[in-house]
Write a new protein. Structure first.
Length: 365
């Protein structure tokens, strides 16, 4: 695994918009605020040509221009790290215009973003064997004040910490809008994690009696401490299933290379409803992606609390994943219902969870 150098004061941070740009509110004002903060911290800024563009469909500009910008700015020596301007819808369309061979020959640098940016964070790791950061996009750094999750992302980018922990509460309804572009996370909901572990030959606990029975072994919830170690890999399932089976799917080779470490999959979703989440997991499972899995980390889905035909977010995961006989940790601080723990995709993770407290250590090995 290739690990980029951490940025230091007086380095230059590059900004690219391979998905949406910062051309409308509240993203433009939040991005401007973030840039002022970065400059005050002693960093130079390098803006890609699409950062403030909005003429694309689901992305900032045309797929060709976005792919060219991403290639140029990642390979450039003018900046020492890249932060994406935002998520979006059709970043997959730029991949045919990204020169992965040129990126392979370039010095690795940190790329940070989430959601639609899975199209690059995941491929950096699985195709180029290069670590990336699944974390906030640039406008989030403009909030006043920074939430600890934003501070964590910055401290990882600067090399000041390689561990994160859960944040105790989360945001169901955001206060950020055109009139309040710098509003911090509105964390009103208490953190309640759900941890499922395989328990051979035992009955379900009463509170989990909605789960389907399994003949070989069953799943029950536990509040005992669970520890997992393995290589962190994952992102937004909306994007992952779109990449599956394409010429950008290098997961089988990645699994084989790191089979001794095992894989900890971190997964979350944006537009997928409960049925779509079930189908996405089924598709990844049947493609062999979960070979050598050591555990699953599921973030809160954007459709949190949805039930369809008796299927909820817990059963959608556990019914299919029980066969792997590994812990399934759910409703974690990952993804679209903030705050979200920034994760180094490709790093060796050491996970410890007990009740509603979670710690993740990331080793650069």
């Amino acid at each position: 695994m290739r690990y980029p150098k951490f940025i230091k004061e007086k380095d230059t941070i590059g900004f690219v918009a391979p998905s949406f740009g910062c051309n409308i509110e509240p993203y433009r004002s939040a991005f401007d605020s973030a840039c002022r903060k970065f400059q005050k911290l002693g960093y130079q800024l390098d803006f890609g040509p699409n950062c403030f563009a909005g003429e694309g469909i689901g992305i900032s500009s045309t797929p060709e221009k976005c792919g060219r910008e991403l290639t140029e700015y990642y390979a450039s020596s003018r900046n020492q790290a890249l932060i994406s301007c935002g998520g979006g819808e059709l970043m997959c369309s730029i991949l045919d215009y990204v020169d992965f061979e040129q990126l392979q020959n370039a010095s690795p640098k940190w790329y940070i973003g989430y959601s639609d940016n899975t199209n690059f964070t995941f491929l950096l790791t699985t195709i180029l064997d290069t670590a990336s950061i699944y974390g906030p996009c640039a406008p989030a750094f403009g909030m006043e004040p920074w939430h600890p999750a934003i501070s964590d992302a910055w401290n990882i980018l600067t090399g000041n910490k390689l561990s994160v922990k859960s944040y105790n509460s989360w945001e169901r309804v955001s206060l950020k809008d055109e009139s309040h572009p710098l509003a911090p996370y509105h964390t009103t909901e208490p953190e309640i994690f759900h941890t499922f572990v395989p328990v051979p030959n035992k009955a379900f606990s009463a509170e989990m009696n909605s789960l389907p029975q399994k003949k070989e072994f069953e799943i029950m919830e536990t509040r005992q401490e669970i520890k997992i170690s393995g290589r962190l890999l994952g992102g937004c399932m909306d994007c992952l299933v779109n990449l599956l089976g394409t010429r950008y799917d290098f997961v089988a080779g990645f699994n084989e290379k790191y089979r001794e470490d095992g894989i900890i999959w971190f997964l979350e979703s944006c537009d997928l409803n409960i049925m779509s989440i079930y189908r996405a997991i089924w598709q990844m499972q049947h493609a062999g992606w979960f070979q050598y899995v050591k555990g699953f980390l599921f973030g809160r889905p954007l459709c949190f609390g949805q039930t369809m035909f008796g299927l909820d977010q817990y059963r959608a995961a556990t019914e299919l994943l029980a066969q792997y006989n590994v812990p399934i940790l759910m409703d974690l601080d990952i993804g679209h219902l903030p705050p979200a723990m920034p994760l180094i995709c490709g790093s060796l993770g050491e996970i410890s969870i007990c009740g509603n407290q979670m710690n993740i250590k990331m080793r650069m090995e």
